[in-house]
Design a protein around this ligand. Structure first.
Ligand code: SF4
Length: 64
């Protein structure tokens, strides 16, 4: 799901310490930097909201 990144989202993500990327997902396998479900991680891994205008949220994301 693509989400527009704006100043409100950046502020709330920082203030509430929102987690939404692969490295904070229960299905991420750090040793392989891969998804245990076999999904490509490039669009969801190590994202920096400070420089993004849009990011792709993974619907399989499950907080660790
Ligand atoms: S389920 Fe989605 S968010 Fe979780 S590791 Fe796989 S690709 Fe990343």
């Amino acid at each position: 799901m693509k989400t527009q990144v704006n100043a409100v989202l950046r502020d709330e993500a920082a203030r509430y310490r929102l987690r939404f990327t692969c490295e904070h997902c229960a299905h991420f396998v750090p040793e392989r930097a891969a998804c245990a479900h076999g999904y490509p991680v490039a669009a969801h891994h190590a994202l920096d909201l400070a420089v993004l205008e849009v990011f792709e949220f993974c619907k399989e994301f499950e907080l660790v």
